[in-house]
Design a protein around this ligand. Structure first.
Ligand code: DGL
Length: 275
C-alpha cells in the first residue's frame, strides 16, 4: 500500500463530512478523497439489500481511486453492509483495510465506563440491531436503548440543524430521554453532529453526547500508525470531493458546515459497479 495514497471516506451525503473534519484535524497531512452519494441520500430508509448494493458501489469507487484505507462514514452502511463488503474484498484479494463508524462508536462507549446508554440512528441502522449486537459482544453489562430518528438526517442535509424544526423533531423522538435520561447518548448517524447544539440544549446537562466521527478518526489514526500507513510528507494533504448529484448544492451546504469553501467538488457516477 502506498503511504502517500489517499484515505477514502464515503457517506450518503453531507453527514460524513463530520468524519472528514475529524480525520483532517487529527491527520492534516493525509490526502483525503470524500464521496457523498447525494443522488441517493438518505440511505436510512432503504432496505438492507439496497444499502448493501450502495455500499458495494461506493467501495468500488474507492478501489478505483487506489485509496490506502476506506472509512465508511455512514452508520447505515456500517450496520448493514460492512461484513458483506469485507467478505467481497477478501474473496477478491483486495487488500484495502476498511474501518466503519459503528465499530469506532462502540469502542468509544466501551472506553468510557457507561452503565446506561441511548443510541440514536436511522431507521435502517436501528432496525438492524447492529449496535445492540456489537455492544453486547464488547460490554455485556451496559443497558442499551435504541431510538430511530428518521427526520434528523434530512434536517441536517438541508442545513437546518439549528432551526426550530430541529427542536420539534428532537422532541418527537427523544422525549423519553428527557424524563428518563441515560448516562450517555451515542450519535449513531454521522449526520447527527449537525444537530448537536439542539440536542445538548434539549437533554439534561449531565447526559454525555458521544460522537462517532471523532471516535472513527482516532481508530483510523491508530490503525494507520500500527500498519505503517501514515503519509511521511508533513505538509497539508490534498482533498478531493465527489458527489453523485449537484456539486454546487453540496459545496454550498458543506461550506456552511465546515466554515470554509471546498475547492475541488466534482460530480461522479457510481452505479452499475458490477459487484
Ligand atoms: N450519515 C448516514 C449514517 O450515518 C446516513 C444517513 C442517511 O443517509 O439516512 O447513517
Amino acid at each position: 500500500m502506498i503511504q502517500s495514497s489517499a484515505i477514502g471516506i464515503f457517506d450518503s451525503g453531507l453527514g460524513g463530512l463530520t468524519v472528514f473534519a475529524a480525520v483532517k484535524e487529527r491527520m492534516p497531512n493525509e490526502n483525503i478523497i470524500y464521496l457523498g452519494d447525494t443522488a441517493r441520500v438518505p440511505y436510512g430508509d432503504k432496505s438492507p439489500e439496497t444499502v448493501l448494493r450502495f455500499g458495494y458501489e461506493n467501495a468500488q469507487f474507492m478501489i478505483e481511486k487506489n485509496v490506502k484505507l476506506i472509512i465508511i462514514a455512514c452508520n447505515t452502511v456500517s450496520s448493514l453492509a460492512i461484513c458483506g463488503i469485507r467478505q467481497y474484498f477478501t474473496e477478491n484479494n483486495i487488500k484495502i483495510p476498511i474501518i466503519g463508524v459503528l465499530e469506532a462508536g462502540v469502542e468509544a462507549v466501551v472506553q468510557q465506563n457507561i452503565a446506561n446508554l441511548a443510541v440514536i440512528g436511522t431507521r435502517a441502522t436501528i432496525n438492524s440491531n447492529a449496535y445492540r449486537c456489537e455492544l453486547r459482544k464488547k460490554a455485556n453489562s451496559i443497558s442499551v436503548r435504541t431510538i430511530a430518528c428518521p427526520l434528523f438526517a434530512l434536517i441536517a442535509e438541508e442545513g437546518l440543524g439549528n432551526h426550530k424544526i430541529a427542536n420539534l423533531a428532537i422532541d418527537i423522538y427523544l422525549q423519553e430521554l428527557r424524563t428518563n435520561p441515560p448516562d450517555a447518548l451515542l450519535l449513531g448517524c454521522t449526520h447527527y453532529p449537525l444537530l448537536i447544539d439542539a440536542l445538548q440544549k434539549y437533554l439534561p446537562e449531565n447526559v454525555k453526547i458521544i460522537d462517532s466521527a471523532h471516535a472513527v478518526a482516532n481508530l483510523a489514526e491508530k490503525y494507520m500508525s500500527e500498519h505503517n500507513l501514515n503519509n511521511p510528507i508533513t505538509e497539508n494533504g490534498k482533498e478531493a470531493f465527489y458527489v453523485t448529484d449537484s456539486p454546487e448544492i453540496f459545496a454550498a451546504q458543506a461550506e456552511k458546515f465546515l466554515g470554509r469553501a471546498l475547492q475541488n467538488v466534482q460530480k461522479t457516477v457510481i452505479d452499475n459497479a458490477g459487484l
